[in-house]
Design a protein. Sequence first.
Length: 131
Amino acid sequence: DPLGDAYAALGVVYSKTDQLDEAEKILLKGRFIEGDMGYFITRQLIDFYVENKKFQDAKNSLAAALKRFPNNQDLLERQRKLDLLSTGKADVSYLQDVNYWNRNYLKYPTTAENYRRIADILRKKKIKHIA
């Protein structure tokens, strides 16, 4: 979704250039995009709040996200970590955990099956590396 990509990219640019009010505004708008992109921008917004130590805003956004995406394992894990973080019992390093997806999503049959299908397509097309 090009519109979603634009919101996500602008959120990153504004955040990295310390235009935090603009980053927040664009992420708040982008979270309502339908489908996967709205979910990813919602996660980006929650992470933005955590990185800027706006824990109550992060909790509020997370609660709204869980209403929109109930039983989402990623959001439930973020909720658990945010509860710890906001009480000073954890740090924000979980935001950079590159192995999270492998540990948690491959357990679910639907996701694992989707990955198997993707692997089959890659094998048939003789693609060995993807970025």
